[in-house]
Design a protein around this ligand. Structure first.
Ligand code: FAD
Length: 284
């Protein structure tokens, strides 16, 4: 089933993101997570693409496991960095063979040795795929606080609009901890004429190290309420408080009419379970 059909027919579309192993073949960790995620009945599972354009085969392998072994809908991430037309063609043929119907097109994070060949931005990847392979449904990323490299949110919104004009019909947000930021973004996106459906990306934080990593990687704002939690709790208590915070965030989003919730599970099945179970009734 395409994601667009889920948004047309379901009350709430709740998805889970997993990451593949760095090395080919070592799928045990992600399979363990998928075993815990399957009974939660996510509407779809998205599988990340390796940093700097690496690991596309592994993403496809995990997508295939999601579809064939677990009978769930898979969304494969795909990045423009280090991607040539020839490699993209290979990857797309492989995804088709494995039964993937939806692709999250991205630029990818850039490192010092990153190169761009035939594609520079996510919209270029989307334009190529939608023109040659219209059977794929395309998703894209967006950033409620604005992408860190964008001059400002308005400029970023123009680029997101361009992405949708190139074939992206659904957007998934970067994680955020303050719902007010998301509401303001959604409002501005609508005013900018962006009609794609949007899933709010939520990451339950369960350790202080995770917070530090997230802030340095994504540069997202940490609201005072959340930093107080991090300063007050440790260990098991922080784990529980982090999950409670994510549940509170999602509860508020759903109560305010947000239809799409995307959970960054970090392959932690127990965390996914605690969060999904809190919204069983909302998804009926
Ligand atoms: P783009 O849409 O290309 O935007 C990047 C910047 O360029 C923005 O500032 C934008 O305003 C600007 N821009 C966009 N288009 C143009 C244009 N045509 N001309 C000029 N400027 C433009 N990374 C991975 O490596 N693997 C993953 O699996 C992965 N999954 C992700 C999933 C989600 C939901 C999110 C939010 C991020 C993910 N990332 C992943 C990280 C992502 O690759 C980075 O955030 C990256 O910095 C930007 O990707 P993008 O697709 O948003 O890029």
């Amino acid at each position: 089933m395409y994601i667009r059909d889920m948004f047309a027919s379901k009350k709430v579309v709740m998805s889970a993101e997993v990451f593949p192993p760095k090395k080919n073949g070592m799928l045990e960790g992600v399979i363990r997570a998928l075993k815990e995620i399957k009974p939660l009945n996510p509407d779809y599972v998205s599988i990340t693409y390796g940093a700097n354009g690496s690991g596309g085969m592994t993403t496809a392998d995990v997508a295939s496991v999601v579809i064939d072994a677990f009978d769930m809908t898979a969304v494969a991430h795909m990045t423009a960095v280090n991607m040539t037309k020839e490699l993209l063609e290979e990857r797309l043929q492989m995804l088709m063979r494995k039964g993937v119907k939806s692709i999250l097109t991205l630029r990818g994070d850039i490192a010092e040795d990153s190169r761009f060949y035939d594609f520079r931005h996510a919209n270029e990847l989307a334009a190529y795929i939608s023109q040659k392979y219209p059977q794929f449904e395309l998703l894209g990323a967006c950033y409620p606080e604005g992408h860190p490299e964008a001059e400002n949110l308005d400029a970023d919104l123009e680029m997101i609009k361009l992405k949708t004009e190139c074939g992206v019909s659904h957007l998934v947000t970067q994680l955020f901890f303050d719902n007010a930021t998301f509401y303001s973004f959604a409002d501005k996106a609508e005013k900018a004429g962006i009609t794609a459906t949007v899933s709010a990306g939520i990451m339950p934080i369960t350790s202080v190290q995770q917070v530090e990593r997230i802030v340095s990687m994504c540069g997202v704002q940490i609201p005072t309420k959340f930093s107080k939690i991090c300063a007050t709790y440790q260990g098991e208590d922080l784990y529980k408080a982090g999950i409670d915070y994510a549940i509170e965030q999602i509860r508020d989003l759903i109560d305010n009419g947000v239809k799409g919730i995307h959970l960054y599970t970090m392959n932690k099945g127990d965390v996914a379970k605690a969060v999904f179970n809190a919204f069983e009734e909302d998804r009926k």
